[in-house]
Write a protein of this length. Structure first.
Length: 137
């Protein structure tokens, strides 16, 4: 059985890139489902965060898309959340959750440190042929 991780609202807001008051409004309006602790505090399941991430990257007007477009030639970009990061010498193993799937990439430790990757952060997996690259978003 897969155990769902529950996050405090402030942490969920940080991951989604929204303010805490906005997240609370989403909870009160039913846009974001939460679980209440025995003490009555809201906790946000990771699955709800994953459900909301794609909405942040919806395509809009062409002018908006142009200004927000990543300056990279690879087109197969999967937006997700870093769930695990392991360093071993010169390499780093980055595991990302993309929807209900996970993808793992081996990148240099220097690149992971330069991007300041850490669990909970948004990133994009850039897939080019047989290679998967990670891009901080």
């Amino acid at each position: 059985m897969h155990r769902v991780t529950l996050l405090p609202p402030r942490e969920a807001a940080r991951i989604l890139g929204i303010s805490y008051p906005t997240l609370k409004q989403w909870i009160y309006r039913g846009k974001l489902k939460t679980v209440k602790t025995p003490g009555g505090h809201h906790r946000v399941p990771e699955t709800e965060i994953d459900r909301m991430i794609p909405k942040k990257f919806d395509r809009g007007e062409i002018a908006t898309r142009r200004t927000n477009f990543r300056k990279i030639s690879g087109r197969n970009q999967l937006i997700g959340r870093v769930v695990a990061l392991k360093y071993s010498g010169l390499l780093a193993q980055v595991t990302m959750a993309i929807g209900e799937q996970q993808i793992t990439a081996i990148i240099t430790a220097d690149a992971a440190k330069e991007m300041r990757l850490k669990p909970g952060e948004l990133a994009a997996a850039l897939i080019k042929s047989t290679e998967v690259m990670i891009l901080r978003v």
